[in-house]
Design a protein. Structure first.
Length: 263
């Protein structure tokens, strides 16, 4: 690949340095520092509205950073990048958006083919084969000719995953991959992420505020706070031990919700 190689520096595939994020020049959070290792499932936690999706949009280049650096696989990602380098970076990750974002007028086959058509010059027959393989990986082969509107919530999430991994990305970004799903379907998606990591060696950066999912798959986590940025980091067990009222109140709220049968 590029300077630093596919593994990035020292096995770090994503490096975030002193990053400031926000809209219209107004920072939502500043001085964010974290790294993600190759093959890790890294989870970004935090209460609703704290800025998780904003961080993800910045990491994938949809929003310009207000300050700081983002390096993917050792290559710095910024507005001054040359077109070719930017394309290479875009090819190196897949994204499952919070709102799904499948194209409603296209069946699943055409939706999953989109990144392959955009970023490769593979012949149609090979694209078709890859699409079938990816739909099979998320167990949606039978729905290949269905439109997004014909799918259940769980099927839509799986279809979004198939599209995100179509290109064999180095990093899979997922924004709330289980939100809005019943607990059994959510657990199925969690298991699928673990299977994809095992089959593809993919690194996963997942946003969630669902404790059950984080328990199922997270290796490393950071917890965000709207005002203070990263307020805790480590394994989920380490976060639960954190001596910080905001972290403790996040876990208390989730335990309360579980007891009420809401999560
Ligand atoms: N396009 C935008 N322009 C200005 N402000 C925005 C925009 N999108 C989001 N915001 C604001 O930024 C803040 C963080 O929003 P964000 O969507 O990143 O939160 P989140 O942590 O992903 O929340 P949730 O868990 O509900 O998905 C919110 O106050 C939101 O209103
Ligand atoms: Mg969000």
């Amino acid at each position: 690949m590029t300077a630093g190689g596919a593994n990035g520096s020292g096995g770090k595939i994503l490096e975030v340095e002193d990053l400031a994020i926000g809209y219209g020049g107004e920072p939502l959070m500043e001085h964010l520092n974290f790294t993600v290792s190759k093959g890790e499932i890294f989870t970004i936690l935090g209460p609703s509205g704290c800025g998780k999706t904003t961080l993800l949009r910045t990491l994938i280049g949809l929003l310009p950073p207000l300050a700081g650096k983002i390096r993917i696989a050792g290559e710095e990602f910024g507005p001054e990048m040359e077109r070719e380098a930017l394309d290479r970076l875009h090819r190196s990750f897949g994204v499952v958006f919070q709102e799904g974002a499948l194209v409603s007028g296209l069946d699943l086959k055409a939706n999953v083919a989109l990144p392959l058509e955009e970023f490769t010059s593979l012949p149609r027959q090979i694209i078709d084969e890859i699409v079938r393989l990816k739909l099979d990986m998320v167990r949606l082969s039978e729905a290949i000719y269905q439109a997004p509107s014909d799918l259940s919530g769980g099927q839509l999430k799986r279809a979004g995953l198939a599209r995100a991994i179509a290109n064999d990305p180095l990093i899979l970004f997922c924004d709330e991959p289980t939100s809005g799903l019943d607990p059994a379907t959510a657990t199925e998606i969690d298991r699928l992420l673990l299977v994809l990591r095992k089959l593809m060696g993919i690194t996963i950066v997942s946003i969630s505020h669902e404790l059950a999912s984080i328990e199922n798959y997270a290796d490393q986590c950071i917890m965000l706070d709207r005002h203070a940025g990263i307020i805790a980091r480590g394994t989920l067990a380490e976060l639960k031990q954190a001596d910080d009222d905001r972290v403790q109140s996040f876990f208390r709220r989730h335990i309360d919700r579980r007891q009420e049968g809401l999560a």
